[in-house]
Write a protein that binds this ligand. Structure first.
Ligand code: HDE
Length: 712
């Protein structure tokens, strides 16, 4: 497919979808064939020496089928193995020509096809969706100038400052090598052993202990490019840029107890949620934002722009919103698309470039290298999901699984026999050139002193949290360190917390039965080799802002209830109006409503109308819903005598979710959570549906945790 760069993609046309279509097939109306196209007459019996005889080696149909099956698995990703993906489009709000010449960031009429993959980091491919973990947030833009990949996370900073520490970090967090325990969890000795000796990790660790690490949905996460990149404009001028994805669905988390239960009830909780939202037409959207810093301002901040353990607070450099990504199509085949997609921070287009961030520099090597073993050779760019929409024309040849058929005798440059083709492109023709940064230095193995302030930003993060968020962080530390068996590691961590916030250190220490102790001197490796501590707390001293509210999730609630999941808990004999009216109104507002009853089949209302039951108390759990509504009627009597129904409501209450009841529905609420709890925030009567809707927008009523009355 040749892409004409001067023409934006035709109205509504999606060149990537068109391209994928050529590789997509279904078996509808077709004969069954072998891989060679031979029609198969009997797929149920192998070729044997008589009815009860041995199978013949000659049976090439059997051999082909079994051989293919034997080789169905490929190595999973070493990190980010567990993921979910979706197709979509990116639309630009305003041309960014002042900063970048990237075509897809200049022409607002272009709808750039994208494929996004979200992932956990530590767990294996079949692990739960809801561990406490960082989430990957990777987007491939199929632009007219080639593929551009923004391979980020849902947290704006990383654990380490140099790529050489990455294998150590990953070895520490992955299941321990002797017994492969625990799966998908950082709550074990080796992770915290490493962290307690790695002060630079503390900023990311604070985010990891926050509710950002247990997102309610993949749709309710922010995304960050983390590193500082460069935008390059037509004149070759560079600006520094940090990328942000802001979800239109709000930024929401789970309760930790809830996350642990979901891990058992629905391992695919996030994958299912994304799939169903897209399937039902509730397309998730994220706005792309940029923080831009002029080249001249590189050294203006009390932290280093090249240090990936630091963020630029939005209160210092505002995020400018420049476009929107909408995910609007589920993959046709998980393996072909979500598993085989290959991201790489080095997939660039003219107008975007790297900086010398030492973590980013290491990533530029790793991503191609890893695909070679994961996807079996150097031709993974030819796999349909990875193919650029423009033609690939170069002198690369051969290798495992080569698809392209290159004609002619010439596979070298320069050549005269091929007419000099393919040509190099001049800058004016879209040829990529690297930013010409002046470098004049010795070859050294050292970090800049400006990287050695490890605690100011974690301190700012903690200070900017609400009281509820702070409590969640304290509890998360206590849980994780409580799982650590080696007490000196716990002690080192509590001591480290003292460097960030005394209150935090004391609370966590108290929960662990430890007294935080001031470090006699900074941990080795956390200070420059010459011991100069000038930068140790530089940010704290020079900071112009006290708080950064942008770091808190509390300021990022949704403005509607689209795709929020509401359980209508009911049984036969429910009052018709209380049931149908609220159901309809919630559905009209875009909520995803499910009828949950004691058994499967059909629900019969008081007037005898029948409705299909979506799920029964045998299989459903309150943890997979955002809110519960109990309509009144004879149904309430049945539910009040059902322990699963009582548990359903009690658990929803414990996890701070909105609960609404109508008429005698309140009896079930009281039976589940008691009379006093019944007056708690977020427990309402559905006669005022508005209140319930507003409660759903508020997501959770965390203050209920303070009483901790409900054992559910
Ligand atoms: Fe990755 N990372 N990473 N990483 N990363 C991989 O590449 C690596 C880092 C991120 O959905 C691997 O294709 C190194 C930061 C995402 O397919 C591997 C370093 C950030 C994904 C790799 C980092 C990320 C990966 C494994 C330190 C956020 C999943 C499979 C120098 C900005 C992409 C693969 C997907 C995947 C290496 C650090 C994000 C091994 C060496 C920082 C979202 O190449």
């Amino acid at each position: 497919m040749k892409i004409n760069e001067s023409e934006p993609f035709e109205n509504g046309a999606n060149p990537k979808q068109e391209q994928l279509g050529k590789f997509t097939t279904d078996n509808q109306g077709e004969f069954m064939t072998t891989d060679q196209g031979l029609k198969i007459n009997d797929d149920q019996n192998s070729l044997k020496t008589g009815e009860r005889g041995a199978t013949l080696l000659e049976d090439f149909i059997l051999r082909e089928k079994i051989t293919h099956f034997d080789h169905e698995r490929i190595p999973e990703r070493i990190v980010h193995a567990r993921g979910s993906g979706a197709h979509g489009v990116f639309e630009l709000y305003k041309p960014m020509g002042k900063y970048t010449k990237a075509k897809f960031l200049n022409d607002t009429s272009i709808k750039t096809p994208v494929f996004a993959r979200f992932s956990t980091v530590a767990g294996f491919r079949g692990s739960t969706d809801v561990p406490r973990d960082v989430r990957g947030f990777a987007v491939k833009f199929y632009t007219q100038e080639g593929n551009y990949d923004l391979v980020g996370n849902n947290m704006p900073v990383f654990f380490i400052q140099d790529a050489t520490k990455f294998p150590d970090l990953v070895h520490a967090v992955k299941p321990e090598p002797h017994n492969e325990i625990p799966q998908a969890s950082s709550a074990h000795d080796t992770f915290w052993d490493f962290i307690s000796l790695m002060p630079e990790a503390m900023h990311n660790v604070m985010w990891l202990m926050s509710d950002r690490a247990i997102p309610r949905s993949l749709r309710t996460m922010e995304g960050f490019g983390i590193h500082t990149f460069r935008f390059i404009n037509d004149e070759g001028k560079s600006h520094f840029v940090k990328f942000h994805w802001k979800p239109k669905q709000g930024v929401l988390g789970l309760a930790w107890d809830e996350a642990q239960r979901i891990a058992g009830k629905d391992t695919d909780f996030h994958r299912r949620d994304l799939w169903e939202a897209i399937d039902e037409g509730h397309f998730p959207e994220w706005e792309l934002g940029v923080q831009i810093v002029a080249q001249e301002d590189e050294h203006k901040y009390p932290f280093d722009l090249l240090d990936p353990t630091k963020l630029i607070p939005e209160e210092m450099v505002p995020v400018e919103i420049i476009g929107k990504m909408t995910l609007n199509r589920n993959p046709d085949n998980f393996f072909a698309e979500t598993e085989q997609v290959a991201f790489h921070p080095g997939h660039l287009v003219p107008g975007i470039d790297f900086t010398n961030d030492p973590l980013l520099q290491g990533r530029l090597f790793s991503y191609t290298d890893t695909q070679i073993s994961r996807l079996g050779g150097p031709n993974f760019h030819e796999i349909p999901i990875n193919k650029s929409i423009g033609e690939v024309t170069n002198n690369q040849r051969d290798g495992m699984h080569r698809m392209q058929i290159n004609k002619g005798r010439v596979a070298y440059n320069p050549n005269s026999m091929g007419g000099g083709c393919p040509f190099q492109a001049m800058i004016s023709e879209g040829g990529f050139t690297s930013f010409e940064e002046r470098i004049d230095s010795n070859k050294i193995r050292r970090r800049s002193k400006s990287f050695f302030d490890h605690f100011s930003q974690p301190e700012l993060f903690y200070r900017s949290m609400t009281e509820d968020e702070k409590r969640h962080i304290q509890d998360a530390f206590a849980f994780e360190l409580g799982k650590v068996k080696i007490v000196p590691i716990r002690q080192r961590m509590v001591n480290m917390l003292l460097e960030i916030d005394e209150g935090l250190a004391n609370i966590v220490g108290q929960k662990l039965g430890l007294t935080p102790a001031k470090l006699p001197q900074p941990i080795t490796g956390s200070i420059p080799a010459d011991g100069d501590l000038e930068h140790y707390h530089s940010f704290k001293e020079k900071l112009s802002i006290k708080d950064a509210p942008s770091l808190s999730m509390a300021t990022k609630l949704p403005t509607d209830i689209v795709a929020r999941r509401v359980a209508i808990l009911t049984a036969d004999g429910v009052n018709d109006e209380a049931f149908t009216k609220v159901k309809k109104e919630l559905c009209d507002l875009g909520a995803m409503v499910a009828i949950i009853a004691p058994r499967h089949g059909f629900l019969t209302t008081k007037s005898g109308d029948q409705y299909p039951i979506d799920d029964s108390l045998l299989t459903a759990a309150s943890v997979v819903f955002d809110a519960v509504y109990i309509p009144g009627g004879d149904s309430v009597k049945t539910l009040s005598a059902n322990a699963d129904a009582i548990h359903f409501v009690a658990e929803a209450f414990k996890h701070c979710k909105p609960i609404a009841s109508d008429g005698n529905g309140q009896e079930l609420v009281e039976k589940s959570i008691g009379q006093s709890a019944n007056k708690a925030d977020g427990v309402s009567s559905a006669t005022t549906l508005n209140e319930f809707v507003e409660d759903i927008k508020k997501h959770r009523f965390w203050n209920r945790e303070m009483n901790n009355e409900i054992p559910a």
